[in-house]
Design a binder for this molecule. Sequence first.
Ligand SMILES: [Fe+2]
Ligand SMILES: [Fe+2]
Length: 475
Amino acid sequence: MTEVSSVDLNSKIPNNVGLSDDPKLRRALEKWLPEYLEWWNDMGPSDFYDKPVFLRTAVSVTSDGWAHYDYVKLPEYRWGIFLAPPKGPLTIKCGDDAGKPAWTEIPGEHRNALRRIIVTQADTEPASVEQQRMLGHMAPSLYDLRNLFQVNVEEGRHLWAMVYLLHKYFGRDGRDEAEELLQRRSGDPDKPRILGAFNQPCDHWLSFYAFTMFTDRDGKYQLAALSESGFAPLALSTQFMLTEEAHHLFVGETGLDRIIRRSAELEREDPNGDVRAQGGIDFDLIQRTINYWYSYSLDLFGGEISNNASDFFASGLKGRYREDKFEDHKAIAGTYRLPVVENGRLVEKDVPLRHAMNEVLRDAYVADCERALRKWNRTLEQMGSSTRLYLPSRRFHRHQGIYAGHYFDPQGNLITEEEFERNRHKWLLTPADNDYLLSIMKPVYEPGKFANWIAPPKRGIEGKPIDFEYVKMHD
Ligand SMILES: [Fe+2]
Ligand SMILES: [Fe+2]
């Protein structure tokens, strides 16, 4: 049984993993701490370090009230290591050994696979902080600025959660991996982050909301699949990360909803229905942004037909989204039908279910994204706009899996490369789009005021009013 001890908030590294009883591990992590802070200073939010921010900090792991809200200056935020308390005896949730007790140490035969899974997850956390580094300088409000910083510090904590596992369970290799996590850089051609979406520029707030909506949502599904892992410490770490992740998804989904609402207002106000003429973000541009980040985020689930996915499931390392909801946890017999490209056309093919586990997880993600699209389209309807937004086909603009190397239109029809390139500017974010967005995104730092291109939120944070001073700019 994995020991989850009481929360120690006074230690240099707040934790509920009993660091004070493990001096060797504590020393190793205390050595990593200044290196982490150096990375945060170099690559975390640019400026604002002397401004108190109304942040939540994890102080316990109980479902009610794990978070404490107060003004904190970013350099004083205390990153901790927290595992969710186990709900009853932990078992392996899926695969050949489903139902057997979970592992509290790493089985030798799964060591490499687990290390790869943990490092890949870990790498996304600092990457997103790097991608969002400059956004504070063009925040549409103090409310949004605070949400940005909340997301940033929690991605930092997620890195801590994964680095703890690397240090504790992987010896020298784990320590080396932890170092490298601070050395790779998002978008750096020489030492890029591991996954594609985490090397894409996120240089304005439309991309920030789309990123937290679509890319953080991939994170939710990956973490949920890992929270079914037979390796108990990984399952319990990711369970607690999910409680924080929910806020990131909220920021993205409601951020886009607020832009859509405002654009519909501006469309109504303009005599020609021209949102841009009113300094807003037109719906075609919003659609191109959805297409861009959704397609990069779909790539993060990996290949549609995958030996790795099959092995991870079979050995109990990674389950499906809410594995409990499935009846058969071995999935030996089933098949999964999906369209594949053969001889220049799309044909349906059945693949063994275990090999399609990435696609099964992607299905859960797509359904969740479709739900958000329905919500945004309801907003458009309520606002009296005739526009409707949509998700492109999951085959559109892919760089990983069986559709990569082929060309599809947003409806999923196979097209030529030439046709794709001819329409690229209609379907995906362009440099001109980014220039326009940067031209309208001027910072608004007055409590209760919002940039012209976004509607205020429905309510504030933690019961505070919308015009609360979420970041103290003049302290
Ligand atoms: Fe995260
Ligand atoms: Fe996140």
